[in-house]
Design a binder for this molecule. Structure first.
Ligand code: NAP
Length: 249
């Protein structure tokens, strides 16, 4: 596993690296693209990893848990707790290593908590916003200078960013904030020819709801398959889509 702590995103050398490939109108734009996938060890992250590799992308894998990262990619995997700006910069530095720049950043990091506003602890609410909202913001800020024209950032806010629901108020608010951030970032990044895709899939069978940081999940109807969500996101990257509303899944 590479050690990103010694690398600085602004100074990483790419002397032995392959040339970067911007996403373009070719038949397989993800083939050869340099993709930084954070949250790669999660349910959606693993499905995205498989789909990206299938399409020929050069994927840098970032997860929080060392053993899971090692299992996924012992060569190009990096384990980081991303809840600081420094850690997000280290993730970007790792993503720059293979080709000298990044074409796509996909953020599949997240935690969930369940409970009425009156019951959910402030600690859980803080954790939701730190992980679900601030990590995407810090990661985008760190990554923007290293993303090639024609590239993209993908954040997975979820259908709850379109309509919040009782018992998930803080989680939903942390995701609606990401969607709002993505709207502004998309307009800012347009002049650098970088797309920002806000992906809003519905409930997906990754097990996320079974490992909340607080509370217990309500009964959800059967959800989407992680593989189909990953394929839809990759299709959108390759087709040039500019948004991924819940209806796209
Ligand atoms: N599943 C759904 O129904 C659904 C629907 C819409 C949107 N989403 C969103 O999609 C994203 C992925 O969800 P998922 O279902 O794949 O969840 P998941 O299986 O629990 O995966 C979450 C990922 O986030 C990582 N992570 C959590 N905290 C971290 C931290 N502080 N630093 C670095 N990594 C951290 C986890 O690392 P470890 O594996 O090491 O713990 C894991 O890779 C989340 O943002 C979620 O809110 C999910």
């Amino acid at each position: 596993m590479s050690d990103p702590s010694s690398a600085d995103a602004s100074t990483v050398s790419s002397s032995s690296a392959a040339p970067a490939t911007a996403l373009g109108p070719a038949n397989h734009p993800l083939a050869g693209a340099s993709v930084l996938l954070v949250g790669a060890t999660g349910g959606l992250g693993q499905a995205l990893h498989a789909e990206l590799k299938h399409r020929g992308a050069i994927v840098t894998v970032v997860g929080r848990t060392e053993a899971k990262v090692q299992a996924l990619d012992p060569e190009r995997g990096v384990s980081l707790d991303l809840r600081t700006a420094e850690a997000c910069q280290q993730a970007v530095a790792a993503g720059v290593v293979p080709t000298g720049s990044i074409d796509v950043v996909i953020n599949a990091v997240g935690v969930v908590a369940f409970g009425a506003v009156a019951d959910l602890s402030i600690d859980a609410m803080e954790e939701l916003f730190l992980t679900n909202t601030f990590i995407p913001i810090m990661l985008a800020k760190a990554a923007l200078p290293h993303i090639n024209a024609g590239g993209a950032i993908v954040n997975i806010s979820g259908v709850i960013a379109e309509q919040n629901m009782p018992g998930m108020g803080a989680y939903g608010a942390s995701k609606a904030a990401v969607r709002s951030f993505d709207e502004a970032l998309a307009r800012e990044a347009r002049r650098s020819k970088i797309r920002v895709l806000d992906a809003r899939p519905g409930h997906t069978e990754t097990g996320l709801a079974d490992r909340p940081i607080e509370g217990a999940a309500p009964k959800f109807p059967d959800g989407l398959s992680p593989a189909s969500v990953a394929a839809t996101i990759c299709d959108a990257l390759e087709s040039g889509s500019k948004d991924l509303p819940s209806t796209a899944f």
